[in-house]
Design a protein around this ligand. Structure first.
Ligand SMILES: [Zn+2]
Length: 306
């Protein structure tokens, strides 16, 4: 696998300039941070963020005192310069909504169309960590309830003392190329006409290159070669880390794995260029492109520029 220079393009969910403050996560330091005048907390309720006028609402952490919060309570994300940033997952919708007059709750996917840069990266990081806490309350070693540690960046089991660290799940996502054509697939649940890059989880004991070649073979029965890593993206759904790749096809006949895909097709560079230029979806001719905040969109964009 050839490593290339990291991205020179804006990648959604990256770019939060946070100091994780690893050495300042003791109880005393966390108390100082939470009381600092400039401290701020993002507010979530069941996967949705508190927003107002298209921006994330950030309140002072002391404002959430007394509210019902899910485990781990106020989660210390880190320092943005000298600003302590927290995230809180509310257990009661009305308690979240009443924090700021006129605020509303919205899903991260909707916000991804509206926000970019730092706020989206902060929201993605908060969601990934809070999702991990929600799904890892119990020790995987002995089954007893674990407790958040160090402001919520880890958990520890008080019974067997096993430390638990947030999971990141690597996924390969690749454009399969054949000259001026690229292969895109459509998942069974996707809207008509929506096509994207093939993707799949990396298996234990597998390199990214091997995962890329295996996934292409499994999903469309095409032999791929020359996998090249392009860039990656933290994807705040199931803690995924998307590893964007290109590979080339040794043969081009598609045989679908219908459990994974509803369809897969070769699209020419001219077609992809037309779609990026705004061509409307026409069945059999064009496709609906993955949105700009996805790594699949960025992979296609880079391929068009090559
Ligand atoms: Zn345990």
């Amino acid at each position: 696998m050839t490593a290339t220079t990291p991205i020179a393009l804006p990648m959604a969910f990256t770019g939060a300039p946070l100091d994780l403050a690893e050495n300042q996560r003791d109880t005393a330091s966390l108390t100082v941070f939470s009381k600092a005048e400039n401290a701020r907390a993002l507010i979530m309720f069941q996967g949705r963020f508190l927003v107002k006028n298209g921006d994330l609402v950030m309140v002072h952490p002391m404002q959430v005192k007394g509210a019902h919060l899910y485990d781990p309570g106020p989660l210390f994300l880190g320092l943005d310069g000298n600003i302590p940033i927290f995230a809180c997952s509310f257990a009661k919708e009305d308690e979240a909504l009443k924090l700021v007059k006129g605020a509303a709750l919205d899903h991260l996917r909707n916000l991804s169309f509206l926000m970019d840069g730092r706020p989206l990266a902060l929201a993605g990081r908060a969601k990934s960590l809070l999702d991990w806490h929600r799904s890892h309350r119990f020790c995987s070693n002995c089954g007893k309830e674990s407790k958040p540690q160090a402001g919520g960046v880890t958990r520890q089991c008080p019974t067997c003392e096993t430390d638990h660290f947030p999971r990141v799940n690597p996924v390969v996502i690749m454009l399969v190329l054949d000259g001026d054509n690229c292969l895109l697939g459509r998942g069974p649940e996707w809207p008509d006409g929506a096509f994207s890059a093939l993707a799949g989880y990396v298996s234990p004991g597998e390199s990214l290159s091997e995962a890329c070649i295996r996934e292409v073979k499994e999903e469309v029965n095409i032999d791929a070669e020359n996998p090249v890593f392009k860039f990656s993206q933290p994807w705040p759904y199931q803690g995924q880390l998307m590893m964007g790749m290109f590979c080339t096809a040794k043969n081009t006949k598609i045989t679908l794995d219908t459990k994974e895909l509803a369809d897969a097709k070769w699209f020419s560079k001219d077609t992809v260029r037309a779609v990026f230029a705004g061509a409307k979806y026409e069945e059999g001719k064009t496709f609906i492109c993955p949105p700009p905040f996805t790594i699949a969109h960025q992979l296609l964009k880079v391929w068009l520029a090559e």
